[in-house]
Design a protein around this ligand. Structure first.
Ligand SMILES: NC(=O)c1ccc[n+]([C@@H]2O[C@H](COP(=O)([O-])OP(=O)(O)OC[C@H]3O[C@@H](n4cnc5c(N)ncnc54)[C@H](O)[C@@H]3O)[C@@H](O)[C@H]2O)c1
Length: 187
């Protein structure tokens, strides 16, 4: 299938875990995939290039909670591919997080979860959306979690951040929809 031929897609947290599968699936549909991660995505990018050709992929090491790093990343993508068609906001602190009661969560961990899981998607949209608005085309997919609906205990920071992603996506779609853009939240 080639449903995304000629499209440029960014996948945050795209080097490992579920994000790796998003990267593989987007490339299989013909998209140019930008793997953005704090982890090294080079070997995955090489795998995609070997399979789909030299322009199939790019890997950038970037912390999505750092505005300067996000700005630089978006600049690199525009320089290489000239546009951003799809943004998958997948990066999050999830697997490495310890499970604790609310009374045991320290403030630094809480702030870090909010920085990566909420500030990250905000910064990615803040800097990618102008390029989408200019072309009146863009798809933004924010990865949520069913934990926000179920209220899973001992994971309050993560569950709260994913509840924020739902609200973020709802308001964002109303704000950006008028510019010809689409968005969704996947749980
Ligand atoms: N695993 C599940 O059961 C599940 C269920 C529902 C939703 N989700 C969501 O799916 C997404 C992926 O989950 P996963 O299980 O693959 O998680 P994971 O923790 O295994 O992977 C997260 C990825 O994000 C990257 N990352 C972490 N911090 C980053 C940062 N500051 N900047 C850039 N990249 C960063 C990691 O290196 C990793 O590649 C997350 O948004 C998670 O909340 C997961």
């Amino acid at each position: 299938m080639d449903r995304l031929s000629g499209r440029t897609a960014i996948v945050t947290g795209g080097a490992k875990g579920i994000g790796r599968h998003y990267s593989l699936a987007l490339a299989a549909e013909g998209a140019e995939v930008v793997i953005v991660d704090v982890a090294d995505g080079k070997s995955l990018a090489q795998e995609l290039e070997a399979k789909y050709g030299g322009n199939a992929s790019m890997s950038v090491t970037c912390d999505v909670s750092d505005e300067f790093a996000v700005q630089r990343l978006v600049g690199q993508v525009i320089e290489r591919f000239g546009k951003i068609d799809v943004l998958v906001n997948n990066a999050a602190l999830y697997a490495p997080l310890p499970w604790h009661m609310v009374t045991e969560i320290d403030v630094d961990t809480w702030d870090k979860v909010m920085a990566v899981n909420l500030r990250g998607p905000f910064l990615m949209v803040k800097h990618a959306a102008p390029h989408m608005i200019a072309r009146r085309y863009g798809k933004i997919i924010n990865i949520g979690s069913g934990t926000a609906f179920r209220g899973i205990p001992r994971f309050l920071h993560y569950v709260t951040s994913k509840g924020g992603i739902m609200a973020f996506t709802r308001a964002l779609s109303r704000e950006l929809g008028q510019h010809g853009m689409g968005g969704s939240v996947n749980t």
